[in-house]
Design a protein around this ligand. Structure first.
Ligand code: BG6
Length: 473
């Protein structure tokens, strides 16, 4: 079956940094279909030859594996450039002409969200009926609940829900997928996975970069819509979901939806004390957020967010989930920390166990437990059982986009989000937006505003985000 992958936005950043390198690595592993073509759609005045030359550079710069000519040449032959203005209806016939002979067209919307609708309408109106269609759509899926709902209606009326692949690239990350395995393939964790044994859950996702050249988009999104609504709520749903009866895509998604619909809206008092918005300031060398390109000098957009939330669920009654995310923080890292409850022990009262999912950059999981210090002493010391997946030399795990492109080509939608997941996420986020009041500033490369620390201290806890973990754990 001839499959054709059409990239709208073929000269954009996402294509350069993620999609082309991902295709290269799929080619290297012989994972692309026999008869496969990539049509790179862009407005620039390139021809296929020039585009391929540029693509080779992007692969060289961004691929996790050093490109080998014999592999690149195989991929190169599959790439064709189509100069086209996708906002003009009159330019679509040339695309349909280029698709002649294909049996399945996969359209990837790697463009700014304001173009999603135009492309959909133009495709829908004229799309020939002689081949199957899938649509892969990047986040953000809408900018609030009404806009997401209207985009969803347009997409599902045009292509059918089963043909829509909504990307959340965190679902393609190696350790995100491993959450299921660790929870459901081990006797020692699942029986303890509830309010009786778990004291708290923290999800911390920090970045050192600022907003870079995405000011236009970020001004409207902020940390709440950019990271929290999508990636972090997805991680939360995987950590908190009930055990599915089987691993069918829809069964698993149903369980995730149960959690996303159980997010308890914050009361005004909770919002006052447990919802902190921050924005990075500058320090002379590093520009403040308000000094970034395409950002207003008086911007109120948050680049940092910390909050505490609870789930309306029997399993999690009373267990706080603390979430922190931000740009221009001291490290690039995403971790999920599960702290188990203390129990009556003849030893020191401060003993506790931790299970930490290291999503990135290190991929792995570790269990912190207590043991006797070696020697003639009865002292207890915390020790770690640490499994690091990508620490071995020569092991470099596939990028999220490799897996997601492979899935979309094969027609496996398990690692993509279903509409109702997005719907419930936006509903919760909408509530948080309504509580947004003060914005606190924080210097670059610090762990956000004071308020984030006071918030958790109030509960007698601390963030597990130290660079020197042993000191903090
Ligand atoms: C994107 C956000 O979805 O995820 C960015 O729009 C963010 O703002 C990025 O930088 C983080 O992804 P990763 O894989 O680098 O953690």
């Amino acid at each position: 079956m001839k499959k054709t992958f059409v990239i709208f936005g073929a000269t954009g950043d996402l294509t350069k940094r993620k999609l082309l390198p991902a295709f290269y690595n799929l080619q290297a592993e012989n994972r692309l279909p026999e008869t496969f073509e990539i049509i790179a759609v862009g407005r620039r005045d390139f021809d296929s030859e020039l585009y391929r030359e540029k693509a080779a550079e992007h692969v060289k710069n961004h691929s996790r594996n050093k490109p080998r000519p014999e592999i690149w040449n195989k991929l190169r032959e599959k790439i064709r450039y189509l100069k086209m203005n996708f906002t003009k209806e009159t330019e679509y016939p040339q695309l349909f002409e280029a698709l002649r002979g294909t049996e399945l067209a996969i359209f990837y919307f790697a463009v700014a969200p304001e173009h999603f609708e135009t492309i959909t309408v133009n495709l829908k109106n004229k799309l020939p009926k002689d081949f199957g269609v899938r649509v892969v759509i990047e986040k953000p899926f809408g900018h609030d609940l009404p806009s997401a709902a209207s985009l969803n209606k347009l997409l599902s009326d045009s292509f059918g829900e089963e043909n829509i692949y909504r990307i959340d690239h965190y679902l393609g990350k190696e350790m995100t997928q491993n959450i299921h395995f660790i929870r459901f393939a081990n006797t020692i964790f699942e029986p303890l996975w509830n309010k009786d044994f778990i004291e708290q859950v923290q999800i911390i996702s920090s970045e050192t970069i600022g907003v870079e050249d995405r000011g236009n988009y970020y001004e409207r999104a902020g940390a709440l819509s950019d990271m929290f609504q999508s990636h972090l709520l997805q991680l939360l749903s995987l950590i908190a979901m009930e055990k599915p009866e089987n691993l069918d895509t829809e069964t698993v998604r149903d369980k995730k939806v149960e959690i996303l619909s159980a997010l308890r809206p914050l009361t005004p008092e909770e919002a006052e004390n447990y919802l902190v918005f921050g924005q990075y300031s500058g320090d002379g060398n590093i520009p403040a957020y308000r000094e970034e390109r395409n950002v207003s000098e008086t911007s109120e957009t948050e680049t940092f967010l910390a909050l505490r939330l609870f789930l309306n669920s029997e399993r999690w009654r009373g267990v706080p989930f603390y979430i922190m995310t931000g740009k221009r923080l001291p490290v690039k890292k995403t971790e999920i920390i599960i702290q188990f409850k203390k129990f009556p022990s003849p030893y020191d009262e401060d003993l506790h166990n931790l299970l930490v999912f290291k999503i990135q950059p290190e991929e792995g999981v570790y269990l912190r437990f207590n043991a006797k210090k070696m020697g003639v002493t009865d002292e207890i010391v915390p020790v770690k059982m640490d499994f690091c997946q990508n620490c071995h030399i020569g092991l470099n795990s596939p990028e999220a986009y490799e897996r997601l492109l492979d899935d979309a080509i094969k027609g496996d939608s398990a690692r993509f989000t279903r509409w109702d997941e997005i719907e419930h996420s936006w509903r919760f986020v909408q509530g948080l937006k309504e509580h947004k009041s003060k914005l606190h500033f924080y210097p670059p490369f610090t762990w956000g505003p004071e308020g984030a620390w006071e918030m958790i201290k109030r509960d007698g806890k601390h963030w597990f985000n130290s660079e020197d973990e042993d000191e903090n754990l």
